[in-house]
Write a protein that binds this ligand. Sequence first.
Ligand code: ZN
Length: 192
Amino acid sequence: MITSTTKRFWYALVSVFAFMLRYRYLKKWFWAPLLILAIGAIIPQQMIIPVKGATTASWNKNSFWAYPWGSSITHKGIDIFAKKGTDVISATRGIVVYTYEGGKGGKSVMVLGPKWRFHYYAHLNEIKTFSLKPLKRGDVIGTVGDTGNAKGKPPHLHYAITSPFPYPKLYDSVSVQGWKRMFYLNPDIWLR
Ligand SMILES: [Zn+2]
């Protein structure tokens, strides 16, 4: 449990089951959240590069888990460079979990996509979506900027994908923070 989104996801999931145990007449509905989890897990994940007009040359493929990376220690996503104001589009279909302004990410958007993966879009110049909005692939959610700790750096989209369910095969005993890699997926794999 390492990102606040992962923590909140588990808190919500455990709460649902705890609630059902507490109120025994709900027990027969135990299958319902399990079914929802299963449906989410089989929705295919088709992805597009989340910056309009960007190509595979717009980011450095070695920047995922680059170290050292300031106060984040390692770089848990990729940086897609583009002119300030370029449309940021949703890489997948999904639903907006939250939009936020502040901290390292500046203006940021979190989207829940297929397979219970969370897609994080940060350093936006402008947010153009809202919480709980359903998204199709390619829907505009904001624009490229330099907010948060990208201030003074070339405008780019910080794009990261996390999974609340760890992938043991991604465990890495060599890298710095290698155990955390079980919760972070490299977007480069799907965008190339
Ligand atoms: Zn970044």
